[in-house]
Ligand binder design. Structure first.
Ligand code: HEC
Ligand code: HEC
Length: 379
C-alpha cells in the first residue's frame, strides 16, 4: 500500500516535471545587468595575418563604408546579442541559438524560439560572416545585408516576437542602455537603425584567425604547401580539399573558407521540399540553391546543412563521396563533364584525412574569447 502511494507520487512529480519542460518559459522576475570590462575591448583592430589583410579574403569583406566596426559599437552589439529582453517574453537572446561553444550555432537540429516554436532551418554559424562577398545572409540569402539581417530574428514570430517599436520601447526602459548608445553613437538616443548597426558590428568582428590551419598557413607561402604544424593525415586531407578533382575549395574557398555565393550541392534529387534561394527570387535555376557560411569551427557546429540532416562530418564526407543527387541545379564542380553526377571513390584513409583536415579549422581562441561571451551574469 505504502509502496504504491510512493509510486503514484513519483509518477505525479514526473508528470509535473515533463509538463514544466514543455510549457512556455516564464518571464524571469529580475532583470540582470550586463558586466562589462573596465577598458573597452578591441574589436576594431583585430590582429589579422597577411593572408587576411591582402588578396581574396580582404577582397570579400562586406563591411559597408557607413558601418565600420568600432570598439564601443561592438560592445553595445555584444550586450544586445546576449540580452533576452530582445524577445517578447524575455526568454531568448541571439546567443540562445548562436552559442559560442557550438561555433555560434545550435546543437539542436531546429532551434527553439521564445514560445518554444521551432525555426524552419538549422541555425547558422557566425564566424567570418564578414567575408561572404555578396553580403547576403540566411540559407536562402533573403537578407541583402548583415545590417538588414540582424533585425529579422527580433521581429520573427517564432524566434523573438517583437515589433521594432516594441523593441525600442523595451530598451528605453532598461537603465544600462543609454550610456552604451552614447558611447557607440554619440548620443543616448535608441532607435532600430542604431540597434541594427551595433549588432552587425558585433557579428562582423567575429573573425577567425587562430585555428591550427591559420597557424600553419602563416608559416608557408601557399595553402597547398605542406604545413609544418600538421600531421601527415591533416596535410593529406588539406591536399584533397584543395585538389580541383575533389572540388571542396571551389565552393568553400579562400583562407576564410567561405563560399563565393549560394550553390546546390546535391542533397536531394528534386527541390519540392525546400526551394531555397529560388523561393525568394522565383528563378527556377536557383531552386534548391543554398548559402553556406564559413567552414571555420565546423567541428563544433553539427548537425550540418540547412536542415541539419547530417549529424557528423563523416556523414558529410560520405555525401560528397557517394551520395550527391542529380539535382537539375547541381553546381558544376559536383558534375561530370558530360553530365551526370561525380563520384569520388575515396578510400577510408582519405575520407578520414578530410575529416582530420576539417578539424584543423577549429578556432578555440575565437569561441572562448571573453569579448564574444555572454556579459549577463545570471543567464
Ligand atoms: C530562435 C533561434 C534564433 C535566434 C533567437 C536568433 N537566430 Fe540567428 N539564425 C537562426 C537560424 C535558424 C538561422 C538560419 C535561418 C534561415 O536561414 O532560415 C539564423 C541565421 C542567422 C544569421 C545568418 C548567417 C549567415 O551566414 O547567413 C545571422 C547573421 C544571425 N542568425 C544572427 C542573429 C542575431 C544577431 C540574432 C539576434 C538579434 C539572432 N540571430 C537570433 C536562429 C536564431
Ligand atoms: C558545388 C559547391 C560545393 C562543393 C564542391 C562542396 N560543397 Fe560543401 N557545401 C556546399 C553548399 C551549398 C552547402 C550547404 C548546402 C545546404 O545546406 O543546402 C555545403 C555544406 C557543407 C558542409 C556543412 C556546412 C554547415 O554549416 O552545415 C560541409 C562540412 C561541407 N559542405 C564540406 C565540404 C567538403 C569537405 C567538400 C569537398 C569534399 C565540399 N563541401 C564540396 C557547396 C559545396
Amino acid at each position: 500500500m505504502k509502496k504504491s502511494i510512493l509510486t503514484i507520487l513519483i509518477g505525479l512529480s514526473l508528470i509535473a516535471c515533463t509538463k514544466e519542460n514543455t510549457t512556455v518559459q516564464e518571464q524571469p522576475s529580475t532583470i540582470s545587468e550586463p558586466v562589462l570590462p573596465a577598458m573597452v575591448a578591441n574589436y576594431s583592430q583585430p590582429n589579422l595575418p597577411p593572408f587576411y589583410q591582402n588578396g581574396p579574403v580582404a577582397g570579400a569583406d562586406n563591411t559597408p563604408l557607413n558601418n565600420p566596426v568600432t570598439d564601443a559599437g561592438a560592445t553595445l552589439g555584444r550586450v544586445l546579442f546576449y540580452d533576452k529582453q530582445l524577445s517578447a517574453n524575455g526568454t531568448v537572446s541571439c546567443g540562445s541559438c548562436h552559442q559560442a561553444i557550438n561555433g555560434f550555432s545550435d546543437p539542436a537540429t531546429l532551434s527553439l524560439g521564445f514560445e518554444n516554436g521551432l525555426t524552419g532551418h538549422h541555425s547558422m554559424s557566425l564566424a567570418n560572416s564578414r567575408y561572404y562577398a555578396n553580403g547576403s545572409f540566411f540559407w536562402d540569402e533573403r537578407a541583402s545585408s548583415l545590417e538588414a539581417q540582424v533585425l529579422m530574428p527580433i521581429q520573427d514570430e517564432v524566434e523573438m516576437g517583437l515589433s521594432l517599436s516594441e523593441l525600442v520601447d523595451k530598451l528605453e526602459n532598461l537603465d544600462y542602455y543609454p550610456s552604451l548608445f552614447q558611447a557607440a553613437f554619440g548620443s543616448s538616443e535608441i532607435n532600430s537603425d542604431r540597434i541594427s548597426r551595433a549588432l552587425a558590428q558585433f557579428v562582423r568582428s567575429m573573425v577567425s584567425v587562430n585555428s591550427k590551419y591559420d597557424l600553419g598557413r602563416n608559416q608557408v607561402n601557399a595553402p597547398t604547401d605542406n604545413f609544418p604544424n600538421f600531421s601527415t593525415e591533416e596535410n593529406r586531407g588539406k591536399q584533397l580539399f584543395f585538389d580541383p578533382a575533389i572540388g571542396c575549395a571551389a565552393c568553400h574557398g579562400t583562407d576564410a573558407f567561405i563560399a563565393p555565393g549560394a550553390r546546390n550541392n546535391g542533397l536531394d534529387a528534386d527541390n519540392s521540399s525546400d526551394l531555397g534561394r529560388g523561393g525568394i527570387t522565383g528563378v527556377t535555376a536557383q531552386e534548391g540553391v543554398f548559402k553556406v557560411g564559413s567552414l571555420k569551427n565546423i567541428e563544433y557546429t553539427a548537425p550540418y546543412m540547412h536542415d541539419g540532416r547530417f549529424s557528423s562530418l563523416e556523414e558529410v564526407i560520405e555525401h560528397y563521396n557517394s551520395g550527391v543527387q542529380n539535382n537539375p541545379n547541381l553546381s558544376p564542380p559536383l558534375r561530370l563533364p558530360g553530365g551526370g553526377v561525380r563520384r569520388l571513390n575515396l578510400s577510408v584513409a582519405d575520407k578520414n584525412a578530410l575529416v582530420a583536415f576539417l578539424k584543423t579549422l577549429s578556432d578555440d581562441v575565437l569561441i572562448n574569447d571573453e569579448k564574444f561571451s555572454d556579459p549577463f551574469p545570471e543567464s
